[in-house]
Design a protein around this ligand. Structure first.
Ligand code: CUA
Length: 171
């Protein structure tokens, strides 16, 4: 039994407030059609993470981080390429650090983070998750594989320079 009148007011007030919040949610969801934002990973380009060549020597990689892997796991590009990384997460926060480059980002669900790097030296660049994300955190990695340029093939930077020069001359 409630004796204190203030207690009665507090309980009644709290009940009223909760009812008001509930009614607001129901009106928002069904009356006004307000929806929470859907996951970024359900829509292009993140529904199919991949490496995309956008121009000679220019790549865009759409990366999805999830427990406990990165998709794509292997990013293969020729030496001298400039790569833009678009990064998001499917579940919790992850880290995205590419060793020996200045790429160091967080993969945040619902958000896309972006960084760019140029890979002139052939070799393998390890990508590690450096934000604790659970049991498999220590094993969460991927790599950028920079393949040596075939002899005789012009470097993408040279090709780019020629292409822009040609556009200038054509004007
Ligand atoms: Cu993902 Cu740690």
């Amino acid at each position: 039994m409630i004796r204190d009148p203030f207690e009665r007011v507090a309980i009644f007030g709290a009940g009223l407030l909760m009812t008001a919040f509930f009614v607001a949610i129901v009106i928002g969801a069904f009356g006004l059609g307000i929806r929470v934002p859907t996951c970024v990973t359900d829509i292009p380009p993140f529904d199919q993470p991949a490496v995309v060549e956008v121009a000679p020597g220019q790549y865009v990689v759409n990366v999805v981080a999830q427990m406990w892997l990165f998709n794509p796991r292997e990013i293969r590009i020729p030496a001298g390429s400039t790569v833009t990384f678009n990064l998001t997460s499917k579940d919790v926060q992850h880290g995205f650090k590419i060793l020996n480059t200045n790429v160091n980002m967080m993969a945040v669900p619902g958000v896309v983070n972006r960084a760019q790097a140029r890979f002139d030296q052939p070799g393998e660049y390890l990508i590690v998750c450096h934000e604790y994300c659970g049991l498999g955190h220590h094993a969460m990695s991927a790599k950028v594989i920079v393949e040596p340029r075939v002899a005789g093939e012009p470097s993408p930077n040279l090709a780019r320079a020629f292409a822009s020069a040609a556009t200038c001359w054509a004007r």
